[in-house]
Ligand binder design. Sequence first.
Ligand code: UD1
Length: 384
Amino acid sequence: MSVVGARPNFMKIGPFAKAIDRHNQKVGSGAGRLLEHFLVHTGQHYDESMSSSFFDVLGIPEPNVNLEVGSGTHAEQVGRTMIAFERVVRDWRPDWVVVVGDVNATCACSITAKKENLKLAHIESGLRSFDWTMPEEINRLVTDRLADLHFTPDRFADANLTNEGVASDKIHCVGNIMIDSFVEHTDRAKRIDLNDLLQRNQLEEARRTTSLSDGEFAVLTMHRPSNVDAAETLGPLVDYLVTSFSKETPLVWALHPRTLGRLREFGLWEQVKEAPGIHLINPVGYLDMLRLNLGAKLVLTDSGGIQEECCVTGTPCITLRENTERPITLAENGGVSYLAGNDVGVIRRLCDELIDAPRLPLQLPLWDGCTADRIVTVLGSLTD
Ligand code: UD1
């Protein structure tokens, strides 16, 4: 039984579901072990643009059940998920529960699985920002403390788990499963017309008629509470983007629902909406985001997954965070991303430095499109 809840989970479960199908085809009716897969969507994300569009494009099977927990505080989301998921596992008694990433669904279902004495595997295990103010860090710590099997993306994750006392036979370094989606879908993304993408996704209220060309624009995504929940932080960021950055470089800003809400709440919306260099679009689907990344000269983001995708596309990335649970993406470790936090002075200096930097695509060990197959091989060889 695998679990998804929020947007960053979908590009990780797509390859997993397909690898199970490939495994079962190979096993056929002969020797080996067929794996029955039951997919649970907790319903943490539910908008078409935050959820179902990803299922369609990534070819993820229809979830067997949707818990429809929806939005709420962390305790509300985790609590509702645990209550609903408990019923599902009691009905189905899976041999293994497989969770991915670090969202509230990951943590809630991990706790429930272990309280029901079920085996738990965690994909994208071992990431640590060491910042306990991040809700995702709490989710990662709890999930990894409970997991019976850890599928890790890189050597940094292995070292974190080892330092926390996880036995080496529970750790399988399999690579980055999200990059499986990248490898599978990047050719489709390349075929998308940039201006058609902008038209399709543009925010009705902030229509732009100007067209953009590859290599001339930057992309921004920002949704973390640490960046958008306080007017004292979001205000100066918006000021820099509107009065300075977007005057030099057209900026495509894909607005997460939380961010849009905060811009309105803090009285910043008119300023953003009227800025001629800012192209406001709705949260975009998987292929469209990949297409934007491939055409951008610079990415500014507080997303974890986009930092990783930038390493593969080679687009210079300014990470709007003080720390990252993905140190492999950092320039100091050979990656393309630079930590900027939300200090406008630092962001401005990095933008000036990186705006004309060359694109440097990287091939990281085991980020090769075959991670899900490696995971399923391990699961298929388990004896209990
Ligand atoms: C969640 C994850 C975060 C991930 C992000 C990607 C946790 C703790 N956080 O944060 O790690 O980077 O997803 O998007 O799990 N909303 C909608 N429609 C939706 C979903 C949400 O409008 O389909 C709005 C609601 O107002 C909601 C807010 O967005 O309250 C935040 O959603 P939530 O799921 O609580 O957290 P994210 O910020 O999306």
